[in-house]
Design a protein around this ligand. Sequence first.
Ligand code: SAH
Length: 348
Amino acid sequence: MEKKDIKSLYLEELEEELGQLGEKSFRAKQIYQWVHQKLAADFEDMSNLSKALREKLRQQYTLTALNPVEVKISKIDGTRKYLFRLSDGNVIESVWMQYHHGNSVCISSQVGCRMGCRFCASTLLGLERDLTAAEMLGQVYAIQKESGERVSNVVIMGTGEPLDNYDAAVRFIRMISDDKGLNISQRNITVSTCGIVPKILKLAEEGLSITLALSLHAPDDETRKTLMPIANSYSLSEVLPACKEYYKKTGRRLTFEYSLVQGVNDNLDEAKRLTALLKDMQGHVNLIPVNPIKERDFKQSNRDAIDAFRGYLEKHGINVTIRREMGRDIGGACGQLRKSYLSEEESS
Ligand code: SAH
């Protein structure tokens, strides 16, 4: 039988499991604290447990601990990109960014992605597999340990579609915000989705107070379909009401991500239609100048077009920010570090 990963278990589950091993429930609390607060990488570190119990745990469970195979640190803004190797040999990437309001980590939710967004490097090789909750937690824990600084914000915006790995993503959110763990406020957690409608509606029912970010990228279905295959499954007339429902249920304002691609979605007519589309939505628009990937022909909008687009939205009452490009000197957009690492491996 395959061993369970102890890091993926809720405290109540761990208590139940230890009960079956004939251990008292306070032992579960101690172990949970070792794993999720003291960020222990090995059962051996759990010094207040007997040797016999540590041995029993080793026989019954695995304990995922991610070790970076590569860390790149930006000389411009201190952003760090981490490449982690998983126990099955797959590699994933995560990013640490420093803002005035705290330290933010962007994690991956899958190895690769099957959503197929045209401008995105993470999806070029398709989906390899889902990440476990432990592997998502492991990214944050390893980064907090390595950087020596508290992580205050988490965005699930790295490689993968979190709502395509729904159960593990929700488990991760509950555990990372647990006051018996790192206790990161749910208000400081963002899930970004390409727009899987039934899962957005399900997420609205979880009783979480996290921010939902929708990757919108176009003001109409036709344009959206040219950028995002998911738009063939769910039209804007379904996605936007689902977001509204999310706001209604959670009271959390929405974020709409809009990557500006030259000549595709960046003219003033599109700004105008976007304004009309979002008029009654409680949220703000985050404009992302597209990060060109070499496999595709998309170009970043020029500065004037970006400013004009932003100006139009602002003037018409839409809250808008332009995403600051972080770590420009350490290798491009989402998924590009992993992608370049894999091609290097292939050619060596
Ligand atoms: N699957 C999720 C989260 C991953 S991507 C989603 O689709 O939202 C996080 C954000 O970065 C998304 O809005 C995505 O569309 C955007 N993105 C991906 N590659 C990009 C690129 N090369 N340039 C600009 N934005 C990109």
